[in-house]
Design a binder for this molecule. Structure first.
Ligand SMILES: Cc1cc2nc3c(=O)[nH]c(=O)nc-3n(C[C@H](O)[C@H](O)[C@H](O)COP(=O)(O)OP(=O)(O)OC[C@H]3O[C@@H](n4cnc5c(N)ncnc54)[C@H](O)[C@@H]3O)c2cc1C
Length: 462
């Protein structure tokens, strides 16, 4: 397939005062016109979509990526920034191992620093029982040559200093890391453009055209792009997009409220998950923090539609779940399920899904932070935000070709841990689309597992 030359202006987008919000509010790449055709169209400019476009462009594929808002405007720019193998569902391990290799070489490969560093990942234990519970995953790690080990409370305190909590110990993976979400996907998008991809922002895909039952074009808000191959990597919008094509992709949304602190003393280098708190060191010297004791689940019409498929995941997280019913229900209820392709679609009406952080959760977060790390008591929180996490019923991705609509593919359901696995998933998606061997098996991620009577068994949480 032939390579094409990019024709976009690059706009650099970071206001120093509001690091995270600035990623969402300014375009990265501005379209000047819409190409008439492409070998492959990627719908969605999150970490998975831009990584897929980057790998495709490197293979010489004429690829166009359409993003309704801004690159990394949704989950990929709002997440905690953890890049970990630790605690993963075994089905994800090979793809995550490949992703780790990509992260490790990313700076050299794209010529930009996205803040990837290996500071280790710690899951703390507050009791002997919780500590013993980690043994099962530590054995899985050993089977996969992952450097996870269980460490004692005193050893933990050498890595995570100054905590007021007397932990029993922790599960620890030294090679796990972190990266900066507001940097990573935009930098990979720029690399994709340099490799020959066309990246269009403020360009929602409204739907598809077909010919003889197969995909023949995408219809965007700015015009039609003829193509025979499309992948929908639309994050929290994938289920809605697919439903408009009569394709059922079970997916629910969970709200995540997050905060970052001002720069402070370095008492840990990586990521720590305690019952009350998720915290990681940031490249700017602050900490990204979230309350780990709540899972905010807005009830929507989809909650009823997919209730039975999500029972195993809900049971697993039962103690953490905080249900709410309100605006999210009304918003989904009032959104049309189908629309004419020559009219404004729901994707243009919500350019960037930008939920409000929940005030009660922010209060709990501050309380927990001060309790666990009293050395941060006087360190102010300087930015807060929220993101809608999309989850599949078994909390692992769906990466598949859709038999009933030849030429159409989906990659979604990254279930709260798709940032770290994003580059590897992008490579796997590129392989699925071109038939090139990515070295990553994706059969475990087939969509039909939710409809063919296979047991739905989450192995890990959101
Ligand atoms: C609060 C929070 C914390 C998290 N923490 C972590 C973490 O620490 N580590 C980790 O690995 N993962 C984490 N995650 C999960 C991770 O962010 C996601 O799994 C990952 O970013 C998903 O990437 P994506 O490319 O699939 O989707 P997204 O980043 O959601 O991108 C999808 C894009 O598609 C676009 N789009 C949708 N519909 C259309 C359309 N019709 N036309 C054009 N564009 C469209 C959207 O605008 C969006 O930009 C977290 C998520 C959240 C919200």
């Amino acid at each position: 397939m032939r390579a094409r030359r990019p024709y976009h202006r690059l706009v650099n987008s970071h206001a120093p005062e509001n690091i995270v919000a600035s990623t969402w509010s300014k375009p990265l790449l501005v379209p000047e016109s819409i190409p008439e055709r492409a070998d492959i169209v990627v719908i969605g400019g999150g970490i998975v979509g831009v990584s897929a476009a980057w790998f495709l462009a490197q293979q010489g594929v004429d690829v166009v990526l359409c993003e309704k808002g801004h690159i990394a405007g949704e989950q990929s720019g709002r997440n905690w920034g953890w890049v970990r193998l630790q605690g993963r569902d075994t089905r994800e391990i090979p793809m995550m191992q490949e992703s780790m290799r990509i992260w490790a070489g990313l700076k050299d490969a794209i010529g930009e620093d996205v803040g990837f560093t290996r500071g280790g990942c710690f899951y703390t234990a507050n009791s002997r029982r919780q500590f013993a519970g980690y043994e099962k995953w530590a054995r899985i790690a050993a089977d996969h040559d992952i450097d996870t080990r269980l460490i004692s409370g005193p050893e933990l305190k050498l890595h995570v200093r100054g905590s007021a909590v007397d932990w029993t110990g922790a599960m620890y993976t030294p090679s796990d890391g972190r990266a900066e979400p507001h940097l990573a996907a935009p930098a990979i998008a720029r690399a994709a453009v340099r490799a020959g991809a066309t990246v269009l922002t403020s360009c929602a895909v409204r739907g598809l055209e077909t010919s003889g039952g197969s995909v023949s074009a995408v219809v965007t808000e700015h015009g039609v792009i003829k193509t025979s191959t499309v992948v929908c990597v639309a994050g929290a919008w994938t289920s809605m997009f697919c439903r408009s094509l009569d394709i059922d992709v079970p997916q629910l949304r969970v709200r995540g409220t997050v905060a970052r602190t001002a720069p402070a003393e370095k008492f840990l280098d990586g990521t720590v998950f305690d019952d009350r708190l998720g915290i990681r060191r940031r490249q700017d010297g602050g900490y990204t923090v979230a309350d780990a004791s709540v899972l905010e689940c807005p009830v929507t019409p989809s909650s009823f539609r997919y209730f039975f498929k999500f029972i195993p995941a809900l049971m697993q997280e039962l103690k953490l779940i905080r249900l709410s019913i309100g605006k999210d229900f009304v918003d989904e209820w009032s959104t049309p399920k189908k629309w004419n392709l020559d009219e404004v679609s729901p994707f243009e009406k919500t350019r960037v899904l930008n939920p409000d952080p929940t005030p009660g959760v922010l209060k709990g977060l501050r309380r927990n932070l001060d309790k666990v790390f009293p050395q941060l008591k006087d360190t102010p929180i300087v930015e807060t935000w929220a993101g809608m996490i999309e989850s599949s019923p078994d909390v692992v991705p769906i990466i598949d070709s859709i038999d009933k609509l030849p030429g159409f593919h989906v990659a979604t359901g990254f279930s709260g841990h798709g940032f770290g696995i994003g580059p590897g998933a992008g490579k796997a998606v590129a392989g699925m689309l071109t038939g090139a061997d990515s070295g990553i098996a994706i059969s475990a991620f087939r969509l039909s597992r939710f409809f063919d009577g296979s047991p739905i068994r989450p192995q890990a949480g959101i």
